[in-house]
Unconditional design. Structure first.
Length: 57
């Protein structure tokens, strides 16, 4: 259980970093927002995969 929580924390930090990097300059527009949403989804998916892998292991 502790490992799953740590994995979630790492995924949360990765999510924050991805959103920060993708947000970039304020004139990024709609494309940047869409990229940020995709990045969030990818991080969340990866976090779920790690949690499932740890639980199964």
């Amino acid at each position: 259980m502790i490992v799953v929580l740590l994995g979630g924390a790492v995924a949360g930090v990765g999510l924050l970093l991805l959103v920060t990097v993708l947000a970039g300059p304020p004139d990024g527009g709609v494309a940047t927002a869409a990229e940020a949403v995709v990045a969030v989804e990818l991080v969340l998916l990866r976090g779920r995969q790690l949690a499932v892998g740890v639980h199964a292991g």
